[in-house]
Design a protein around this ligand. Structure first.
Ligand SMILES: *[C@@H]1O[C@H](CO)[C@@H](O)[C@H](O)[C@H]1NC(C)=O
Ligand SMILES: *[C@@H]1O[C@H](CO)[C@@H](O)[C@H](O)[C@H]1NC(C)=O
Ligand SMILES: *[C@@H]1O[C@H](CO)[C@@H](O)[C@H](O)[C@H]1NC(C)=O
Ligand SMILES: *[C@@H]1O[C@H](CO)[C@@H](O)[C@H](O)[C@H]1NC(C)=O
Ligand SMILES: *[C@@H]1O[C@H](CO)[C@@H](O)[C@H](O)[C@H]1NC(C)=O
Length: 432
């Protein structure tokens, strides 16, 4: 891995000297980003989400129906009055980030014992703190603040499972950290596994879980991650091996995006007569993504009973590898950024509109209602909130030399925690 990185770095330097055209440089940066991503995936994962509903976001249906008692209903009504928030009415993704110094995150990377080092930016030496004091304000409604007690009440007797890649893992850790501080030590437990991790809130008989499936569908690079994207092969029509672990869950939250974005064609296998690893076809990423997502959608439609299970899908978590995207010509990726982008509707090269289109197409045609947590636009503004050089690589904190070389070492894919994924969870909770 480190060999690959340093070779890539050397190449990068050489390319810069000869001043290659922008598209080539962009491609190189993408590949380097991908190598970095792989690194980080191996060690720790992160997740992210934004909510936009595709079908009905009926929070009264299903979720409420199943088991709540009258007293809780009364409490809900109180909350509704207070916040006047209706996910059916309000486009949460349309709004702005507002700075408010008096907002304190509900946890820190020192107070919450469950955060991976990958995202523990303050512990890793990040000196600035403004990025922790921005609040997302939708234009048409007030988004209720994350209330840990309300969250645990809504999860009483239930399993919440996040499924996807390292960005999804980040959202899972954010959710756990947002609620864990109000649970006494002996009332909670955490079991980390290679593919499945479970946080338990015993008094509530609730679990908040994470399942690692970076493509959702099967690949040869799920548990034993293959560093070279060229060697990865996806079974775009197979999901059963992972999906058997998603059965009987009350609330499912899925994502998949960044692993498809190596800039290469996707080696895709399908059909029961596939000739082992040789029978693959190379497809453009959006084409392979459509088949893979359709496989996932068919599983949901044929397996999930919407009376018992809520299904969410988190859209692309944007990457910020090109500072020219937000007109910082002197910038090096997201390094040293301390403020969100102001320009309304800002959309950079790290969010692929073709993939977004596939998500709306596929989700829009499903039988089981899926609530889309549309985090993409919200997070696009937050160039200031990535782990950058305050992260680890290969299990070790970046060295001073590596920190001094952000072009090759800044992580502009994952997010610091506390941070942006807390907002994704704020939106998720508002839809539960
Ligand atoms: C800032 O946050 C504080 C504490 O939550 C709140 O009381 C105040 O109204 C907020 N200010 C603005 C301008 O939103
Ligand atoms: C706890 O929740 C699980 C589902 O997550 C359920 O099967 C079980 O019956 C619950 N136990 C109690 C004591 O409520
Ligand atoms: C869900 O509930 C409705 C109304 O109670 C019922 O008509 C429907 O058959 C149920 N669907 C499934 C898949 O069980
Ligand atoms: C990063 O920001 C700090 C503080 O504003 C500044 O001193 C430093 O020169 C910046 N580094 C780069 C490489 O732009
Ligand atoms: C998410 O929001 C963006 C704009 O903010 C929109 O273009 C896109 O279609 C939405 N995606 C889905 C799946 O609804």
């Amino acid at each position: 891995m480190s060999l690959a990185t340093s070779q890539a770095s050397a190449k990068m330097k050489a390319y810069y000297r000869i001043k290659l055209p922008l598209p080539i440089i962009t491609t190189i940066i993408c590949i380097i980003a991908f190598v970095l991503l792989l690194y980080t995936e191996r060690l720790n994962l992160f997740s992210s989400n934004s909510i936009l509903k595709a079908k009905s976001c009926s929070r009264r249906d299903g979720f409420k129906k199943s088991s709540e008692k009258t007293e809780e209903k009364a409490e809900d009504m109180l909350i509704d009055d207070r916040f006047d928030f209706d996910p059916e009415e309000c486009n949460v993704a349309n709004g702005k980030w507002v700075f408010n110094r008096s907002i304190k995150p509900l946890y820190s990377d020192r107070s919450c014992p469950y955060l991976d080092r990958q995202v523990s930016c303050v512990k890793n030496g990040r000196p600035d703190s403004d990025y922790r004091h921005w609040e997302w304000q939708p234009e048409d409604c007030t988004l209720p603040r994350f209330d840990p007690e309300l969250a645990l009440k809504k999860l009483r007797g239930k399993r919440l499972l996040f499924v996807g890649d390292s960005l999804q893992r980040g959202q899972w850790q954010s959710f756990v950290c947002l609620v864990e501080s109000i649970i006494p030590e002996e009332q909670k437990s955490m079991k980390r596994g290679r593919s499945h991790s479970v946080f338990k809130a015993k008094e509530y008989n609730a679990t908040i879980e994470f399942y690692w499936a970076p493509f959702l569908v099967e690949s040869n690079s799920d548990l034993h991650i293959i560093g070279d994207p060229k060697k990865r092969i996806l079974k775009v029509d197979s999901v059963a091996k992972h999906a058997k672990n998603w059965m009987g869950v009350d609330i499912l939250v899925f994502n998949t995006y960044v692993w498809w974005m190596s800039g290469l064609k996707i080696k895709s296998l399908w059909g029961s007569f596939s000739n082992g690893d040789e029978g693959y076809e190379e497809l453009d990423a959006p084409v392979a993504y459509r088949i893979g997502l359709k496989t996932w959608a068919n599983w949901v439609d044929s397996t999930v009973n919407p009376n018992n299970t809520r299904v969410f899908f988190t859209t692309m978590s944007p990457t910020h590898q090109r500072s020219a995207d937000w007109n910082n010509k002197e910038g090096i990726k997201c390094f040293n950024e301390t403020k969100p982008v102001k320009k309304k509707g800002h959309w950079g090269s790290g969010s692929d509109k073709r993939i977004m289109k596939v998500v709306s197409d596929v989700v829009g045609r499903m039988k089981v209602p899926v609530s889309v947590i549309n985090v993409t636009q919200i997070s696009e503004y937050r160039v200031d909130a990535h782990s950058s050089v305050y992260t680890e690589t290969g299990g070790k904190l970046l060295t001073e030399d590596q920190k001094a070389d952000p072009l090759h070492h800044a992580d502009c894919i994952h997010w610091c925690l506390p941070g942006v994924p807390d907002t994704w969870n704020q939106i998720l909770l508002a839809h539960l």
